[in-house]
Design a protein around this ligand. Structure first.
Ligand code: ATP
Ligand code: MG
Length: 366
């Protein structure tokens, strides 16, 4: 899929207008604070997502304006469609092909996109919860039913944890733990298997992109690092049995701590380059390249399952990458529609095809 025209009125600092991006790589360049990220955020909102900067709706309306309207015309499923959002005096409206939707979330899955912004570096630099939500979010995009499995697991976990906290005061409650353990093990095994399978596919795809970005010098590996040891993860039955055993073995510790120590809520992804942890040893450029490879791989896996390729939005990725890595991004991933922002005109000169947009004080020129 690709955006054929993008219009904005009263949105952040962008001057009212419209741009017509190309199908390949679109580079938006300009000095700091000119509106590059605002433009990327505008596309991301039209894909039905919430701001990747955590912005409230009221913050999106331009200073001194009382309404904002953004609209994308995009080609998908063999026809031109439209996605539109209006913000008028605190009220948000979302329209798909001119038809009003219940909420902007209803736009999800129509104009699809993956986004990278510097905040996403926490994927390698931050704690395991960020990696778990990345992988869960990515799976839900191609396997919507996984959301229900995850929610059931989380609900059961909360109930088991509250029971664990009550047991010291009411020891008779301990016998009811068996039933919760059984349920948690069944749901947990399901979550673990789905995540493991996805991680294998993600790793295969991301390591290919990483080879490209690093010009064959770096081998990226992503491994599912679970609380259930790998040798028990061959099939869902043995994951479930092992998880159940671990819940039983650790029961006394869990009661003392008032929380559950084994299960997918404690799992992580181990990301390495040439065998070394990217979080501990990776340079800034390696960490950035690694997250980028994972994001592009996420897009490719969506594309394989929904047969429409999502847009790739890359905000401020070129800084900290050397010229060969920048070349790869500018010239080798253009078989989907890409929007890249950057400050330096030197990077822009390396763009072989694609389209350039210069942004100055919110005014977009091309
Ligand atoms: P950088 O290269 O530093 O990342 P940028 O070009 O990405 O810069 P943006 O984050 O898009 O810059 O922001 C551009 C300007 O938009 C900022 O100076 C900010 O003050 C302004 N801005 C943000 N929200 C609004 C708003 N609601 N109304 C008007 N201006 C706004
Ligand atoms: Mg920016």
């Amino acid at each position: 899929m690709n955006i054929t025209s993008l219009g904005f009125e009263g949105f952040r600092n962008l001057c009212d207008g419209e741009i017509t991006p190309c199908r390949g790589v679109n580079v938006i360049y300009g000095k700091n604070a000119q509106g590059k990220t605002n433009l990327v955020e505008c596309i991301w909102l039209l894909s039905g997502n919430r701001s990747f900067r955590g912005a409230r709706d009221s913050e999106l309306v331009g200073f001194g304006r009382d309404a904002a309207k953004i609209k994308a015309e995009f080609f998908s499923e063999g026809r031109i469609q439209t996605s539109e959002i209006s913000l008028i005096r605190g009220k948000k409206g979302a329209f798909l092909n001119g038809v009003k939707q219940r909420s902007s979330a209803a736009l999800l899955g129509h104009l699809c996109a993956v986004v990278f912004s510097p905040e996403h570096l926490t994927l390698v630099k931050g704690g395991p919860d960020g990696r778990r939500s990345f992988i869960d979010g990515a799976i839900c995009q191609i396997k919507p039913g996984f959301k229900d499995t995850l929610s059931s697991y989380k609900r059961t976990l909360i109930q088991r944890n509250s029971l664990l906290k009550d047991i010291p005061r009411h020891p008779g409650l301990e016998e009811t733990l068996d039933a919760w353990d059984q349920r948690l093990a069944v749901l947990g095994a399901n979550v673990i298997r789905v995540r493991m399978k996805y991680t294998e596919r993600l790793c295969e795809c991301a390591s290919r992109y990483h080879m490209g970005i690093s010009h064959n010098s770096e081998r990226l590996n992503i491994d599912y690092a679970g609380t259930v040891p790998k040798e028990y993860c061959g099939d869902i039955g043995s994951v479930r049995d092992q998880l159940l055993k671990m819940l039983l073995d650790k029961r006394n510790d869990d009661i003392a701590a008032g929380s559950t120590s084994a299960g997918p809520h404690r799992d992580d992804l181990e990301i390495t380059i040439n065998g070394e942890s990217v979080r501990r040893y990776g340079s800034q450029g390696q960490q950035r390249s690694c997250v980028l490879s994972m994001k592009i791989a996420e897009e490719e896996l969506i594309r394989l399952s929904v047969s429409e390729e999502p847009l790739v939005l890359l905000d401020d990725v070129l800084s900290e990458l050397d010229s060969r890595r920048q070349d790869f991004l500018l010239n080798e991933i253009g078989d989907r529609q890409v929007f890249i922002t950057c400050c330096e005109s030197a990077s822009v000169e390396r763009l072989k095809g694609g389209k350039l947009f210069e942004i100055n004080g919110g005014k977009v020129n091309f």
